[in-house]
Design a protein around this ligand. Structure first.
Ligand SMILES: Cc1cc2nc3c(=O)[nH]c(=O)nc-3n(C[C@H](O)[C@H](O)[C@H](O)COP(=O)(O)OP(=O)(O)OC[C@H]3O[C@@H](n4cnc5c(N)ncnc54)[C@H](O)[C@@H]3O)c2cc1C
Length: 397
């Protein structure tokens, strides 16, 4: 039942850069210096009996799938879990913020699956590059594609390609020690203001890491290169920007409260941005979480200004609702200098159930030497698998 005959190429610098993990549990992780080849794959099914399944991607989706397969098929199954990285756990390792260790505890559950004799983890294997999907389909009874959403939705505005415009995911991968982003060209000592486009929890994570006192991050498993940069950071202002209103923000209450209560950070929300429409009221009535998020934001917006003034040299967090980025400003040397924002109004749909942001023509600027796009993610296609380009997903049929 054990499949130990596979050989895969091992890129040692990548291994060296990844953060600590217990390799002992991954007892079947077979790494040699031999080049990976299709022949190596062919040996696997001959050694196994029962149902042979290949799961592509070892993030939460890959591990939960494997666990469910074990429960459903008992001893009559073996699963090969493939990942393009040398280490498992996907975004639990490289996405979840380092100051949220409790969220990462799910790794213990995944370790149990990984150490099961029916599971075989193979890192450093990129499906679509090192091995074709069609080859896997010949070798296994079933192939499950669980390779996440590693592409980003982009703003699609002039100046988007300027230096200093990054996806929030790249920034997150940088501070979490993802092997491909350790050398991200970033110098926080030269950055005073950061604009983050998007009002979800990834944007919240980025804002919190940028404004947090570095000593509070020192005891976490943040990447050392990121901690050193944060210690010499000049960032004083972070601007969170969303095209719709506070009721449509995608934050969850816990993460929002944590961000708004950071020591030494003053919160700036213009009260006029907190006005609600009848459709907003209906949305909040229908979804309790929206009401809670709105209440937390309202409370923060109403905090007396003099308290903010009292905080000496405070770092500032500005929340901008109903604003759409229309252009990235050039510093003159090909680097980002800020964002041009258009004020929006919410337009109610004809059936009175939803609202879209519509530009009013009124413009304002926000200075920023770093812009992070955090407006959603999409998957990359893999040759041989159906793909929905519009939504960036593999359609489930
Ligand atoms: C920046 C960020 C922060 C987040 N923080 C939190 C949080 O704090 N709490 C929370 O609950 N959720 C969080 N999430 C959401 C959560 O991480 C995701 O919902 C979850 O990880 C998705 O699981 P997945 O297995 O589908 O994808 P992933 O976790 O992305 O795993 C996909 C795996 O597939 C591998 N892979 C990709 N392409 C290939 C290929 N061609 N061949 C082989 N392997 C491949 C990748 O290396 C990766 O290991 C965050 C998401 C992001 C983007």
């Amino acid at each position: 039942m054990l499949i130990n005959l596979w050989s895969i190429s091992c890129v040692s610098p990548m291994l060296a850069m990844t953060r600590t993990m217990s390799l002992t549990c991954l007892k079947q992780w077979h790494v040699t210096s031999t080049s990976f080849s299709a022949k190596s794959f062919c040996s696997a099914p001959q050694s196994a009996t029962g149902l042979r399944v290949c799961v592509v991607g070892s993030g939460p989706a890959g591990f939960y799938t494997t666990d469910r397969l074990f429960k459903a098929y008992g001893q009559h199954i073996s699963v090969d879990l493939l990942d393009r990285l040398p280490t498992p756990f996907g975004l639990v390792r490289s996405g979840v913020a380092p100051d949220h260790p409790d969220t990462k505890n799910v790794i213990n559950q995944f370790m149990e699956v990984a150490s099961d004799h029916r599971c075989n983890f193979l890192g450093n294997v990129t499906v679509g590059k090192d091995v074709a999907l069609s080859t896997l389909q010949q070798l296994y009874h079933a192939v499950v594609l669980a390779y996440g959403a590693e592409g980003n939705k982009q703003l699609q505005i002039p100046g988007q390609k300027l230096a200093g415009v990054l996806s929030a995911r790249e920034f997150v991968w940088w501070y979490n020690g993802h092997p491909e982003y350790a050398n991200l060209p970033l110098d926080l000592s030269k950055i005073q203001s950061v604009a983050i486009c998007g009002l979800g929890n990834v944007a919240v994570d980025c804002a919190r890491i940028l404004l947090q006192l570095p000593e509070r991050l020192a005891s976490t498993d943040i990447a050392e290169h990121a901690l050193q940069q944060l210690k010499s950071s000049s960032v004083k202002e972070v601007h969170l920007i969303g095209r719709r209103g506070p009721v449509q923000a995608a934050f969850t209450p816990k993460e929002l409260r944590e961000m708004l209560s950071m020591a030494g950070v003053s919160i700036h929300i213009a009260p006029e941005m907190m006005k609600v429409t009848p459709v907003d009221e209906a949305e909040m009535k229908a979804t309790r979480m929206k009401r809670r998020v709105y209440d937390i934001l309202s409370k923060a917006a109403q905090k007396p200004a003099d308290r903010k003034v009292l905080i000496q040299q405070a770092r500032q967090l500005h929340l901008h609702f109903l604003r759409s980025p229309r252009a990235v400003k050039d510093s003159g040397s090909g680097h980002v200098a800020g964002l041009e924002l258009e004020t929006n109004a919410l337009q109610t749909s004809s059936d009175q159930t939803s609202q879209t942001a519509v530009g009013t023509g009124q413009m304002q600027s926000v200075a920023a030497q770093l812009v992070l796009e955090s407006i959603g993610y999409k998957s990359h296609p893999i040759e041989g698998a159906p793909f929905d380009d519009k939504h960036g997903i593999i359609p489930n049929k």
